[in-house]
Ligand binder design. Sequence first.
Ligand code: PAF
Length: 287
Amino acid sequence: MKIVHDLPGLRAALAQHQRPAFVPTMGNLHEGHLALVRQARPLGDITVASIFVNRLQFLPHEDFDRYPRTWEADCAKLEAAGCDLLFAPREPDLYPQPQTYKVQPDPALAEILEGQFRPGFFTGVCTVVMKLFSAVFATRPSGVAVFGKKDYQQWMVIRRMVDQFALPIDIVAGETCRAADGLALSSRNGYLSDVERAEALQLSLALRDLAREALARADALATQLPALEQQALAALAARGWNPDYLTVRRRADLQPPQPADARAPQALVVLGAARLGATRLIDNLEI
Ligand code: PAF
């Protein structure tokens, strides 16, 4: 695996390639990331990953400084997963000047759910992803990038960005990887104490229960959903969590379902975010 840190190095390493298959990450890699790399491999003529902890997508009180940096282990894992090229820019390589031009995603999609509780998060994500895309794909006829569905809303925001800017990049979704007990893999799981790790599964169980209740009331979902969501929030709070949202939305646009959506097949997704101690976890379930 070749490692490059700056844009000239990246451009030189990609010069002979027509269709990079790209997996952007912030490092601290786990099996979920490696599954995305393996998924990307047959989709392009070179497999590229990036590691860059993007300051722009963290709020001042969030975990940018303590976000785990595990460089040696990440390189070994990427190499073993079959990554050909790792782009690991330092901050001045990607942001040589303060980044005053930013990508402002559609507020209807990006200022709800995660965007409501982490204002500016998707502006930070879209801005860095646009910079990474222009670094990796510039002047290439086409490319492909793989995003995990664990970050469901991020995947949708990026798809819409690629569509609106008519970028010649296929956005491919990777399914969420889970631990043996069902906890969605996340770099932030490493913050959990043993007791919290045992409790953490309750978020996905709460989503599963909410999904079951919602499907059982499909005929009156639009009117009964707010009460079901409140119950789900209260049940998680009673276990000591601090939930931001537990909600059933349309897969198409993450808006609350209308009566027709509740009966349509594969139309809905249940999404949740909640803090356990100091750690904020997210998960989702397509239903
Ligand atoms: O999902 C992530 O790890 C990040 O949001 C991404 C897409 C690498 C942008 O920094």
